[in-house]
Design a binder for this molecule. Sequence first.
Ligand code: GLN
Length: 466
Amino acid sequence: MTVCNALTSLDEGVLTLSTLLEDLWSRIGVLEPKVRAFISLADPQALTAEGGTLAHRPLRGLPIAVKDNICVVGFPTTCGSNLLRSFRPPFDATCVARLREAGAQVQGKTNLDEFAMGSSTEHSSRGPTRNPHDLECIPGGSSGGSAAAVAAGEALAALGSDTGGSVRQPAALCGVVGLRPTYGLVSRWGLVSFASSFDTVGLLTSTVADAAFLLRVIAGPDSHDPTSTVAGVPDYCADLNGGLRGVRLGFPADYVAPMLTEEALSLTERWREIAREMGARTVEVKLPTFRYALPAYHLLASAEASANLARYDGVRYTPRAEGRTALASLTASRTEGFGREAKRRIALGTYVLSANHTPHYYKRAQRARAAVSGEMSRVFRKVDLLLTPTTPTPAFPLGARKADPVAMYHSDVFTVPASLAGLPAISVPGGTVDSLPFGIQLVAPWLQETLLLRAAHALELGMSSS
Ligand code: GLN
C-alpha cells in the first residue's frame, strides 16, 4: 500500500483508518521479531482514536515512521546510542511538526547506526535491523530501520536522514525509493546533528509519487534553521508524468565501471538503454575529481561530528557515569555511552582538526569538496541529470564489513559526491543483482527536485514494464 493509494481509498470510503492500522500492526506482529526495524512503536489504539480528529486534513491521520535521530514529542530519541537511551525531546522536529500539521501521525521510531554513522545499521546499541529480502543480510544504513520498515510493508513511508547517503543506500539495498533533497530544502531543526554542513532530512517510500507528495509537506523555509533555503515549494506531483523525452542524462562511466561486478554493470547499461528508449539523450561524462569524494567526505564529516558530539558530556541529555572529578565523570560517561564507530569518528575528526594536521587533512578535504562541487556545476551545463548505480554492490551479509571500516565506507562511493555538493538525489529500485535489490541513482542540480522526481518516476515506470 502506498501513501497516495491509501489516501484515495480513504477518500472513496473503501478503506478506513482503523482497518489500515490493524493491517499494518498485524504485519508488524509477524515481521518485526525478525526484521527489527523499530526502536519504539506507538499504540495503534491511540492512533485510531486520534485519527478520527484528523480526517479532514490532507494526510487523514496516516501513520509515518520516523528515524530515531529526529525529535518527536512522546517518544524517546535514542539515535541508536546507549548515551541517549533515556533522552525525551521536549519539541518536535520541524519536518515532524509539518507532517503532524498536515494530519499525519508518528507510527514509531526506526533503528539506525549510532548517530547515523554507518552503512549497515549494525552500529546500533539496539542491535542490527535485517534486510526483509534476505534476513541474513544488512538493510543498509544508516536509515536501515526506515528502509526495512517500508520494504517489509510495516510502514507506508518513513523519514530518514542523509548525510553521505544514508537514505539512498538503504533504499537501494531494500528495494524502495530514497530521496535526499537539496541541502537546506527541508529544515534540520530537530534532526540530531552529525555533520551539519551535509545533514539532510529525506524520505523512504515505496513509490516516487509518495516521495513527491510528502516532500511538499516537509519542505520550505524555517526560521529555526538558518541554513534552510528561502526557495518556494512547488507542487512536485504536478509534473510527475512529464517523462524523459529530451532530458540529457549524464553517465560517468570512467568512475562507475571499475567498481562494479559484471552483473551490476550490465544492469546499469540496461538502464541506459531503457532511458534512451524513453526519449532521453544519454551523454558520457568524465568526473575525475569524484575519486576524492569519499576520503574528503570522511575527513570533513568526522571533523564536524567530533565537534557536534562534544555536547554529550554526561550532564546534558544523558545519564551520567560517576567519577571523582568532573573530568573523570565526563570521560566515563562518554566512554560508556558511545559505541566503537562513533568513537572512531570522534578520534579521526579530532585528529584532522588538531593544529598540526589541519592543513594536510581538513583544508585539503575542503578543497576537494570545492573541486567536486565545481565539477558538478560544469557537468550540469552539459547534462540535466546524472545517472549512476546507488551502490557498488547489493546488500552484504551481516557481519561481513563490520570489522572493516574501509570496506563499509566503500558502500557510499556513489552517494557522497551529491552530498559534498549539497545536491538533490534519489535512488529508485533498478532490478536485482545476485537476486537482491539494486538501486539506480539520479542526481540533479541545486533545487531541481521537480525534474529529479519526474525522471525518477519515468524510470520507475520503465522498471515495471521492463
Ligand atoms: N554511510 C555514511 C557514513 O557512514 C553516510 C551516513 C549518513 O548519511 N548518515 O558516514
